[in-house]
Design a protein around this ligand. Sequence first.
Ligand code: NAD
Length: 295
Amino acid sequence: MTTIAFIGLGNMGGPMAGNLVKAGHEVRAFDLVQASKDAAAELGVGIAGSGKEAVADADIIVTMLPAGKHVLSVWADILPAVKKGALLIDSSTIDVESARKAHALAGQHGCLSLDAPVSGGTGGAKGGTLTFMVGGSDEAFALGEPVLKAMGRRIVHCGAAGNGQAAKICNNMILGISMIGVSEAFVLAEKLGLSHQALFDVASTSSGQCWSLTTYCPVPGPVPTSPANNEYKPGFASALMLKDLKLSQEAAQTAGASTPLGAAATQLYGLHNAWGEGGADFSAIVHLLRGRDAS
Ligand code: NAD
C-alpha cells in the first residue's frame, strides 16, 4: 500500500482516484468543487481540506487538472508541503513547456516527477483501462509505473521530461487530421453517388484504412459502435480535440516545426466549435464539411 494524494477530482480524476482505492492504496484527495469531492468520497477516497493537507506524508501525488496554468500553480502551492523524495505525477493534458517547468519545480524541491497524460477518455478512467504516455527519468518511471497500472492498461515510457505530453499531442494531431480526411472522403462520395457502405468496404481494406475510419467512422452505418450511430454523443468531444490541436500548434511554434495540416485542422475544429458542436463527438466535423446537419 502506498499513500497517494490526488488533486483534481473531475470527470477523469474522480474515477481514477477511485481505482487507486480499489487497488488497495490510501488516497487523500482535494478539489475546489464540493460535488466532485462528494462523488469521490463515495468511491472510498479520503477528502482533505486543502491541497497542502492532501499531500502531507504522501509518497506519490497525482494531479488531474484542466490546463498548464492550473498544474503550475497547484504544484507551486503544494511542493513546500511535499516530503523530499516523493514522486509527483501530472496526468492532465497540458503544453509541453509548462510540463517541463513543472518537472523543474519538483526538482528544486528534491522531488521526482513524471508527466503522464492519458488517452481513453472517461470510459477508460472508470474502467481502469487508460493508456498513459509518460515522460521523466528512469528512476521516476520505475516508482510511478505500479501506481499508473492501477489506473490504466498500457503504460508507455516515452523518454525524458515533457515527452509524455509531446506523444499525446502528436498522436491527437494525427487523429484530428485523419478524421477530417475521412470525413471529406465521405462527403465527396455522397456527391459522387457512392454509398457510405461501399466507400467503407473499399477504404477499410485499402490504403485509406485508419482508426478514424474503422473505429470512429464519422457517418452512421458502417461501424455500429462509432459515435455517429449514437447521435454523435462523445466519445471524445470536439472541444477537447480543439484544445489538443491548439497545444500541438503552440508546441510546433516553439519547436520550429512545420505542421500545415495540423494548423488547418485547428482552424476547422475552431469553426466546428463556433458552429455550436463543441459538445458533440469530434467525428461530427463531418456536419461542418457537408455544410448541413443531415447524416
Ligand atoms: P474536469 O474539468 O472535469 O476536471 C478538472 C478538475 O480540476 C475539476 O473538478 C476542477 O474543480 C479541478 N480543479 C481546477 N483547479 C483546481 C485547483 N486549483 N485545485 C484543486 N482542483 C482544481 O476535466 P477532466 O475531463 O477531468 O480532464 C482533466 C484533464 O484530463 C484535462 O487536462 C483534459 O484535457 C484531460 N483529458 C480529458 C479527457 C476526457 O475525456 N475528459 C480525456 C483525456 C484527457
